[in-house]
Ligand binder design. Structure first.
Ligand code: TXA
Ligand code: MG
Length: 324
């Protein structure tokens, strides 16, 4: 069983031996292994039961380390990295051979970021290699935002969970790549499009650009609870499913038709999108464990972080949609 602790030396020791360790980041917990060691990377795929066509993000300690494993760092991408790292932005860059093809699922670009978490930054600085790390959940399930979430699902498969409390942002990093100099967004995430556009101008979404690549993180049917999740107008859904035991994921209000015990508010303290993002995955997990048949949810305003929240809600509900 995994030990939960905050001993960087212990994590460092295990990673240097090619083991896989859970690490905290500001977005979600990661399942980390030596990005230069194909066997360690292979363990990550096995533990997560992740198909090898879904590439991993490589986490680095500093810009100089990134230059060790990318062939070049285009000026526009470099400026963005300098401005945003450490932080929740992942950039696709051309990889050197030192990154095994398994990490990138055979693509010639590697996804890179410097995470903004003191424990993980200290760990990365102590290691002579970067860390490949997907989110530390079984493939397709809700991402973990606390050490206990990781322990609940992968505790019997890894030796150590480096514990850094609950993740402060709660939604994965935004992924950006460049086609020549044109910025393309591959995944919505904790860095809002509005914030990015202020820095680099208009953005294109990958699914709107011709010949874009699809990877599972950008496919529907991801981030899902086991319980059926329906997204829509809560009031309408309640009357539609009144014969079932209902749970509700709400942004800022309670519904009198349903027991308050089975309602989880995303932003009870400030009512902000930031708070809702931080709480989203934990709220879905909580509802998934309740004695209910159905989770009803609703979209939040589709601006700033709301876009990433709505994106995750859509994907989480996708496998339960009736075929049209
Ligand atoms: O915030 C995050 O990004 C978290 C923390 C742990 O850093 N990591 C994370 O990793 O969300 P993961 O594996 O759950 O999602 C990574 C996604 C893949 O599903 C894929 O869509 C995309 O990143 N990706 C990774 N490498 C890529 C590549 N070379 N080209 C295109 N997309 C890539
Ligand atoms: Mg993931």
């Amino acid at each position: 069983m995994a030990i939960i602790g905050s001993n960087i030396l212990q994590a460092q020791y295990l990673l240097a031996r090619g083991e896989v360790v859970a690490i905290p980041t500001e977005t979600v917990y990661g399942l980390a292994g030596n990005a230069y060691n194909e066997q360690a990377v292979s363990k990550i795929f096995t533990i997560k039961q992740r198909p090898t066509f879904d590439p991993l993000i490589v986490h680095a300690s500093c810009l100089a380390q990134v230059e060790e494993f990318v062939t070049h760092f285009p000026a526009k991408a470099y400026e963005l990295a300098e401005h945003c790292w450490p932080g929740p932005l992942t950039i696709l860059l051309p990889k050197k051979a030192i990154i095994p093809d398994l990490v990138t699922a055979g693509f010639d670009r590697v996804a890179v970021r410097i995470p903004d978490h003191p424990l993980t930054l200290a760990l990365l600085q102590a290691l002579p290699f970067p860390l490949a790390a997907p989110s530390a959940n079984p493939f397709g399930y809700i991402s973990p935002t606390t050490p206990q979430h990781v322990h609940d699902q992968l505790g019997d498969k890894i030796p150590y969970i480096l514990s850094g409390q609950a993740c402060k942002l709660g939604i994965e990093s935004t992924i950006i790549g460049f086609a020549h100099t044109k910025p393309i967004i591959y995944r919505l995430g904790s860095m809002s499009l509005e914030a990015l556009e202020q820095l680099i101008g208009p953005l294109t979404m990958a699914h709107d650009s011709p010949g874009h690549l699809q990877t599972p993180g950008s496919l529907v049917g991801h981030y899902s609870p086991h319980k059926i999740l329906k997204i829509g107008t809560i009031q309408t859904l309640i009357s539609q499913y009144q014969d079932q035991r209902l749970g509700i994921l709400t942004f800022d209000q309670y519904y009198k038709e349903v027991d308050p015990e089975y309602q989880v508010r995303l932003a009870p303290t400030t009512g902000s999108l930031e708070e809702a993002a931080t709480n989203l995955f934990a709220a879905l997990r909580k509802l998934d464990q309740m004695p209910i048949d159905l989770i009803l949810g609703t979209y939040v305003p589709n601006i700033k972080l709301g876009r990433a929240i709505n994106d995750r809600l859509t994907r989480a509900a996708a496998k339960f949609m009736e075929p049209r």
